[in-house]
Design a protein around this ligand. Structure first.
Ligand SMILES: O=C(O)CCC(=O)C(=O)O
Length: 288
């Protein structure tokens, strides 16, 4: 594994304190405009073609859907036309390059306190009219043990509440994983949700293209619908775990070091602290 130096993206005490207190941290301009634009173009060309490729498949018959005459928001769920791309780093070099960018490893090392390794990537298109993703905790799905996983959520478009920007519940990262209840499926494309704990509040993030939001895998977070008539809310989302982790759900294998090497970890037993209503199983709609 590469030895990362800690000099590329030194965090201030204020940033480190915010991370400890709130469980998240936004790094402005983590990636430059050209990198973001290249990823956006690459991903858009694939999805606009509407043909299934490894990691991505439209859930409507694109040939039967004339989006010139049928606005996307009238397709039922726009996300059926533009669902998220799962694990693009396995198929698209640029996605892998950004996932394993040493500066990301450098920030993670400072906030996690040790080297990390990469578990997954996702690309959300989230066109106008898309449903959001109900509040949840990521480690219920990644099942990293001991400790938790960490996300690096990078804005491809400007992000705000109106276009379905991400909400986080500061301080909730100190909590155990909570059992989900059922989400409102008219607003969320996922089926389960976690309530905002008493005394805490979900706050919106506001970001520019290239900004990266790092957050702890226990923090409660999610997004609302994209209510903008003009602005998509694309994002590139990667998850990592401490290099010393014992196990992770096997859905994320192979785990990658920041030098691209494939690393071996034990597979977690899917499960959690939840009762029969959740049955310890990851719902099939949660294909991270
Ligand atoms: O980007 C979103 O709308 C939700 C993403 C999210 O919650 C996640 O990646 O865990």
């Amino acid at each position: 594994m590469t030895q990362q130096t800690l000099t590329q993206m030194p965090l201030t005490n204020e940033q480190l304190n915010q991370w400890e207190t709130d469980g998240y941290l936004i790094i402005p301009s983590m990636f430059d405009a050209q990198q973001i634009e290249s990823l956006k173009q690459t991903m858009q060309v694939i999805a606009d073609k509407g043909e299934e490729v490894p990691g991505w498949k439209p859930l409507v018959d694109v040939n039967q859907t004339d989006t010139e005459t049928t606005p996307l928001e009238n397709l039922g769920s726009v996300l059926k036309r533009y669902p998220r791309y799962i694990h693009p780093h396995r198929y698209i070099d640029l996605a892998k390059e950004l996932m394993l960018d040493p500066r990301v490893g450098d920030v993670l090392k400072q906030i996690v306190g040790q080297e990390t390794v990469a578990c997954q990537s996702m690309y959300y298109y989230k066109p106008c009219g898309s449903k959001g993703q109900a509040l949840h905790q990521d480690n219920l799905y990644l099942q990293v043990e001991p400790n938790t996983c960490y996300a690096a959520w990078t804005a491809i478009d400007p992000v705000m509440p109106e276009n379905g920007g991400l909400y986080v519940v500061p301080g909730s990262h100190r909590m155990e994983l909570k059992c989900p209840t059922l989400a409102d499926e008219s607003k969320s494309f996922t089926t389960h949700m976690v309530d905002v704990p008493k005394g805490m509040k979900a706050i919106p993030t506001v970001m520019q293209p290239g900004d990266t939001l790092f957050f702890n895998g226990q923090i409660i977070h999610g997004s609302g619908m994209n209510r903008s008539k003009t602005l998509w809310r694309r994002s590139f989302i990667c998850h990592y775990m401490p290099v010393t982790s014992k196990c992770v759900s096997k859905f994320y294998f192979p785990i990658l070091g920041f030098d691209g090497s494939e690393l071996t970890y034990e597979a977690s037993q899917a499960g959690g602290p939840c009762g029969p209503e959740f049955d310890g199983k990851i719902p099939s709609t949660y294909k991270y």
